[in-house]
Design a protein around this ligand. Structure first.
Ligand code: PRX
Length: 654
């Protein structure tokens, strides 16, 4: 393993200091979280820190009552901190908006009033948000949370079909969207997609009654009478200085649902709690970024993913931080747009994905030579393993050997980072490519198939052995799937052993550092986005020519991995370039552009077991030039020869 990096600028690493803090947190886990939760505002403190009576349905801060608005907004208003900027918003077209905490508070109160009084949203209702990166997205999230409803944010790059599926699953009667937004100079018409999704949802028995439309562009979209309302018109009708008291929510109520992919075709609605999520992310944010009052902070993710929920909306607001919120693409109009924004605002903390770093590095260092990046103090990364050479580029070129790289391992399900350096406590020595150590209160390990601990250097499965406050509450409408997906693999309920299984491979080195090696299930990480192979296959077989499809991930120098679709065609269809393009287009239409296969490979037969299961591992082995292993269960060995030829010629085309 790589040697620890010498690091002696603004943060002096001290493993011992960190480990002391970490170990103390485990001595009395519940006491530790109890103390941390008390740093926040609650209407009522809890009777029980952690209710373990019905595992794995753990409940945090039972009896406690709060509202995340108390800590993200109301806490700052009426104090000298209310005039701090909450968001510097940067539009792709060069437009700018500045929103202070006080202004955000006003907007949120008015929109809370609109939702409650004009639209009729009540406590426990779900509201789907399909919005681009504009301030109305955090405003909507906070307003929904304020009145005790549940938000379900759907990434604005998803298709109308994907949106419809999420509206139906969450049974949302209300959708908030925009007329459109800019992406690489093009106009994306969001409202049209919402209209399609609403029609699809209706066919599946869920009637969206109200659609609220934010005007981001010229407003030239079709509005349906008695269903569609302009956000700005509704807001104009609400009283200027209305105050809507934050609803008293139980700690165990649901704050939001966020859909993520799993190993079946149906996305999972991950549920996060009001009190547990709030407590966890407040503390982790502090440990990750060591926030200081004058900081300018930028998490360059999209709010449509968990990173944006935690690290653009709730985390920074609970710390009275000033955030950059950027609407556009990372390399438009030029590859230095990100660094220009860092320079313009004097960004101190910057958090992004390895994919973005690989993309910007590829453009060459000439794009960073003439920008002033000296304001940067801490750099973060998330979403996929970071290649050590990219890590070093980030550290040397962007961080000028002076900023710790905070590599954060976590998931939609975990609420916030779980493994990562914690400069807010004490920085540990860094190693390029390692997310270092578990955060306080997190009992993580790497174990083997039989449940025993992996030796140092031995690949195994990452697991978490104790509950933590930011953990998901379950899967919306599917408690069995919650147990089966996360708590079945290594748990032993008869012995009272419950182990959380995140489905990642990992290895620990002799210093106890964790190195994440990638997914251990049939989920791809495409540019850091999580997409299930079965979801992709389901999308592909909606094309009328396709009989069967097997999707695997192929390595990609920028996006980490990209899907390769191996398909068989129905009688009467012949392989062609056009057909391959049509299949790609089908995926774009059914899921969204992020999921587009890199290549479509046609074969006569897929490698399948006698019981009909597609053996993806054979395709993966061929792609990586690895031995294909045991093929004795293959239904038809001739499938392998044909496939081999097809994959070999595919590799030549990379
Ligand atoms: O495989 C791990 C990878 O991303 C997965 C979680 O994806 P998602 O729920 O979309 O959340 C992404 C943002 C938190 C994990 O199971 N992953 C996440 N962070 C890292 C990572 N892999 C390696 N290193 C990381 N820092």
């Amino acid at each position: 393993m790589t040697e620890a990096l010498p690091f002696d600028e603004r943060y002096i690493p001290s493993l011992n200091e960190y480990l002391q803090y970490y170990e103390k947190s485990l001595d009395d886990l519940e006491g530790f979280w109890d103390g941390n939760a008390r740093q926040l505002k609650w209407y009522r403190y809890w009777d029980v820190v952690l209710d373990r009576s019905n595992p794995p349905f753990y409940k945090w801060f039972v009896g406690g009552e709060t509202n995340i608005n108390l800590n993200a907004l109301d806490r700052w208003v009426g104090t000298s901190l209310e005039n701090r900027v909450a968001y510097y918003w940067v539009g792709e077209d060069g437009s700018r908006r500045t929103i202070s905490y006080r202004e955000l508070f006003r907007e949120v109160n008015r929109f809370s009033f609109v939702l409650k009084e004009f639209i009729g949203v009540g406590k426990g209702d779900t509201v789907t948000l399909y919005l681009p990166m504009i301030p109305e997205l955090p405003i909507s999230m906070l307003s929904i949370a304020r009145i005790g409803a549940i938000h379900s944010v759907v990434f604005s790059g998803f298709s109308s079909a994907a949106l419809a599926e999420r509206i139906v699953d969450a049974e949302s009667k209300v959708v908030v969207t925009a007329d459109g937004f800019y992406r690489r100079g093009n106009i994306i018409n969001l409202k049209e997609r919402v209209d399609e999704a609403v029609a699809m949802a209706r066919d599946r028995g869920v009637d969206v009654e109200k659609v609220i439309v934010v005007k981001r562009l010229d407003g030239n979209v079709k509005m349906h009478m008695n269903r569609d309302y302009w956000y700005h018109e509704l807001m104009a009708e609400a009283p200027q200085k209305v105050y809507v008291p934050p609803e008293k929510m139980k700690s165990t109520d649901i704050l939001f649902i966020l859909y993520t992919s799993g190993t079946t075709g149906k996305p999972k609605g991950i549920m996060h709690s009001v009190g547990g999520y709030m407590t966890y992310i407040y503390n982790v944010f502090k440990w990750n970024w060591d926030p200081r009052p004058e900081d300018i902070y930028w998490c360059a993710a999209d709010i449509g993913w968990i990173t944006g929920h935690t690290y653009i909306v709730y985390g920074p607001l609970m710390h009275n931080m000033t955030s950059i919120m950027y609407e556009g693409a990372p390399d438009y109009p030029k590859p230095d747009i990100i660094w220009r924004i860092v320079e313009e605002y004097g960004v101190n903390t910057f958090y992004t994905s390895p994919t973005l770093l690989r993309l910007l590095r590829k453009y060459g260092d000439k794009w960073i030579e003439n920008v002033d990046l000296s304001s940067l103090r801490i750099l973060g990364t998330v979403g996929e393993p970071i290649n050590p050479d990219v890590w070093k580029w980030y550290y040397e070129k962007i961080g000028r050997n002076a900023c710790p790289i905070v590599d954060t391992w976590w998931q939609t399900e975990t609420g916030a980072a779980m493994l990562s350096p914690a400069p807010g406590i004490a920085l540990v020595p860094l190693k390029p490519g390692s997310a270092t150590l578990p955060l306080p209160g997190i009992v993580a390990d790497v174990i083997k198939e039989d449940g025993s601990r992996s030796e140092p250097g031995e690949k195994g499965y990452l697991v978490v052995k104790e509950p933590w406050p930011g953990m998901l509450m379950g899967i919306w409408g599917d408690p069995d799937r919650y147990i089966n997906t996360y708590w079945s693999r290594f748990s032993d309920p008869e012995k009272g052993i419950w182990i959380y299984y995140p489905a990642d491979y990992a290895v620990r080195d002799s210093d106890g550092y964790f190195w994440i090696l990638g997914r251990a299930d049939e989920v791809l990480k495409i540019a850091g986005h999580r997409i299930g192979t079965i979801e992709l296959e389901d999308a592909i077989i909606t094309h009328p020519a396709v009989s069967e499809a097997a999707v695997v991930g192929a390595p990609d120098p920028v996006k980490g991995e990209l899907p390769i679709a191996v398909v068989t065609l129905k009688e009467g269809y012949t392989p062609s370039e056009e057909l391959a393009e049509e299949i790609k287009e089908t995926v774009r239409r059914v899921i969204g552009p992020i999921a587009t296969p890199k290549k479509v490979v046609f074969v006569n037969k897929l490698p399948k077991t006698r019981s009909g299961k597609i053996m993806r591992r054979i395709i993966i082995a061929m792609l990586h030039d690895r031995p294909i292993g045991d093929t004795s269960t293959l239904e038809d060995p001739s499938a392998v020869e044909e496939l081999k030829e097809a994959i070999e010629s595919l590799k030549k085309s990379f």
